[in-house]
Ligand binder design. Structure first.
Ligand code: CA
Length: 453
């Protein structure tokens, strides 16, 4: 009897301790998204005219992916890709909402998709979002109906930083009084404070440094040195975001949860240089193009207790990888029957798997296209040397070939010297393109509508 009792006791202890270990091991997840940030506008990305110490610290305490991409050159589509782990053109989310606007009940992240917060909620996570949504403004598309326990932010694609208008908590409008980036910092820190004892997911999506160019009165340091007035305003907006990231990171340290928190930092697309005075550095092109300047972004991953610190990772990765990586880290399950395009990056970032995570990455944005395979990139995007109409059907015909290892600025079209390479990349892109559906809204729909009316 005594033996039987001690056997039960040991089993019970095993279960209890096992459970404790499991709960303690589950990492917190934070995904930070900047908006329209220039590729070269962070210290670790080579910025020369100002400093961004807090955002830089994510790269310094983790891994900087030098070929980090997003699956489109525009705000809403890449957020749809991020939260589903799937090329957003598979479900028609190729463009921003277009003339129907954010408030149309037809526009939003497809209800047939299962977004990351929903998957994490099923895995026992608290789920919170602070910031810009841009995946549908009607109630059925609201973050709290797509897997988030709580939400503070604005639903559209851009917002004033100073008027305090268009802000909601859940579905209820609230009036904000702080500079918006400071308000997002306050809410993010409060969310961590409330959920620090549970494994949590925080999706923090700044509208900085998207227009309007509203400078932050509190963030004026160093800007005297910047000659251009608009660039000074941009820097002030970026300092506010860097400060907000610093406050969040300091909170994690204070609560002793920084070590076991997996953090991603990306921009949702490249900088629209002439619009917000961002700088994409050596990259050709800007937001809204499939040149590197539209789709290659700062991409950092920090998980102090698991990943190496201060390393760079040079194989191409994409924001679609975030969902499978997070699920692998949390023990979450992908219950969805549909194809995932992202891959779990952890074995690659840890150095356990030396192969590239992807054979190829693909883009389609209306008549623009691109494919990257190894160092090679085939692309068709608006430029002096590439002519096509915006209403053309997607096609790789007339595209240019670059070797990014030698030519990160996509300046030398070497298509004619490498016909076999052009053929291989064209075939791979055509195959991928066949799997996509027509855009549900935006650019092409608009054209089609005009023709039939
Ligand atoms: Ca954007």
């Amino acid at each position: 009897m005594k033996n039987l009792f001690s056997k039960y006791l040991s089993v019970l202890l095993l279960i209890v301790s096992g459970n404790f270990a499991f709960a303690a091991d589950k990492p917190n997840i934070i995904i930070i998204v900047a908006d329209d940030l220039g590729y070269a506008d962070l210290g670790v990305q080579g910025c020369k005219d100002f400093h961004t110490p807090h955002i830089d610290s994510i790269a310094k305490n983790g891994i900087r992916c030098t070929s980090g991409y997003v699956s489109g050159p525009y705000c809403s589509p890449t957020r749809a890709g991020l939260l589903t782990g799937r090329y957003q053109q598979r479900f028609g989310h190729e463009f921003n909402p277009g003339p129907a606007g954010n408030n149309s009940p037809a526009f939003g992240l497809s209800l047939d998709e299962t977004p990351l917060p929903q998957l994490l909620k099923s895995a026992g996570y608290k789920t919170g979002m602070v910031g810009k949504w841009h995946l549908g403004s009607t109630v059925k598309f609201n973050p709290i109906n797509r897997g988030f326990d709580e939400y503070f932010g604005f639903l559209g694609g851009a917002n004033s930083y100073i008027s305090g208008e268009n802000i909601v908590r859940g579905t209820k409008p609230v009036q904000e009084h702080e500079y918006l980036t400071d308000a997002f910092a306050r809410e993010a820190v409060a969310y961590v404070d409330k959920n620090k004892k549970d494994p949590f997911f925080l999706y923090l999506t700044f509208n900085a440094v998207h227009t309007p160019l509203h400078e932050s009165p509190k963030h004026q340091l160093e800007i005297d040195k910047i000659p251009n007035k608009n660039r000074r305003i941009y820097a002030s907006m970026l300092f506010a975001m860097d400060d907000a990231v610093g406050k969040l990171l300091a909170k994690l340290e204070k609560e002793n949860i920084a070590e076991n928190t997996l953090i991603f930092f990306i921009s949702d697309n490249g900088g629209p240089e002439g619009v917000n005075f961002s700088d994409n550095g050596p990259l050709r092109g800007v937001k809204a193009t499939t040149w590197e300047g539209g789709v290659r972004v700062p991409f950092f991953v920090q998980w102090k207790s698991v990943l190496p610190k201060g390393k760079t990772f040079d194989n191409p990765v994409i924001q679609l990888d975030i969902l499978p990586t997070v699920l692998a880290a949390t023990g979450g399950e992908y219950s969805h029957k549909k194809k995932l395009d992202g891959v779990n990056l952890l074995p690659y970032l840890k150095g356990e798997n030396k192969e590239p995570p992807h054979d190829a990455l693909f883009w389609r944005f209306g008549a623009q296209m691109a494919i990257r395979m190894g160092d090679w990139k085939l692309t068709k995007a608006p430029g002096d040397d590439i002519k096509f109409n915006r209403s053309d059907l997607p096609s790789a015909e007339g595209s240019h070939l670059f070797n990014l290892k030698d030519d990160i600025g996509e300046s030398k079209n070497i298509a004619s010297a490498n016909p076999e390479k052009v053929k291989a990349l064209t075939e791979a892109w055509n195959q991928w393109n066949k799997e996509l559906v027509k855009p549900s809204w935006g650019q092409q729909n608009q054209k089609a509508k005009k023709k039939t009316n």
